[in-house]
Write a protein that binds this ligand. Sequence first.
Ligand code: NDP
Length: 329
Amino acid sequence: MTFQALQTREVDGGFQTDLVERDLSELGSEGVLVRVQWSSLNFKDALSATGNKGVTRNFPHTPGIDAVGVVEEAGDGPFSKGDAVICTGYDLGMNTDGGYAEYIRVPAEWLVPLPEGLSPRDAMVLGTAGLTAALCVESLLDTGVNPEQGPVLVTGATGGVGSISVAILAKLGFQVAAVSGKQDAVDWLKQLGASEVISRDAFLENAGKPMLKEQWAGAIDCVGGDALTTALKSVKYGGSVACCGLAGSPELNMTVFPFILRGVNLLGVDSVELPVEIKQQMWQLLADEWIPGGMSQLEAAEITLEDVNEWVAKILKGGVRGRVVVRLP
Ligand code: NDP
């Protein structure tokens, strides 16, 4: 039996992604076979689809770190044929063929049941970005950050993780200061729940200073580099910064002053390898309390496999607003 998939291959020293016909047997026979209904486009998918060896070592490869669909062959695990399931992270779309295909085959331990109340499409509007935003918010709450302490900063605010973080924080009663490089996104960010929108240039104006005025109870940083260091230098005494991304830079060049003079916490957030039980708890929170009614505000472009190359180029330039969902045939 054959199925459609995108495949990234090395061609003349570069990388090219095309729609191909594959045989189901190429996915092996272990684990759970899932018929994919929707996937999504994350920054990391764009890295994989353009040959970034930090994400994908071996090509040809099918990208797509997110997938939602229906179990076709359940194998030995707890699932049954017909169950609706979500797969995000672990090795999916990295070195295991990912969600830009009609089928994936993955270990049962990578799968989370689709929570009630969440449609398959909505699950991918959230996707890894939503899961990561939830983990970032949860990590701030765990260190005691609360709305009485002042606003929370979000960098890369129009991106997938950033925009969903803004929506969740606002839903939880926080004032949110959103940092964005997109001047035309101010109204949209305010609709999502931002109380203030700061331009990226203004935010980074004093990035070279060792310490900055205390302003934020906490921060979620999707950008890295100067954005992360500026957040750390301007968080209030005892505040926390959740660090999840490197859309701007993987660098972290700063002094230790915010840590030793203000007791600031730097919280690392990983959505990929964490135990599936925690992923399941986060999905439940997203479906029950954190997003309901808010799904319609989250912006998602809907594309097909044929459109992926165009959107990969866009997301690598930081040009995507909100999320991108990929509809499988
Ligand atoms: P998106 O591309 O959707 O969003 C990134 C946003 O960052 C952009 O929209 C833009 O927002 C801003 N940005 C982009 N380029 C730059 C730049 N050069 N300088 C400053 N800001 C920039 O990506 P995602 O939301 O999917 O992911 C965000 C980051 O988080 C990525 O680095 C990704 O790899 C990482 N990530 C990590 C996860 C984890 O488990 N730790 C899971 C998911 C994502 P604006 O224009 O509004 O400033």
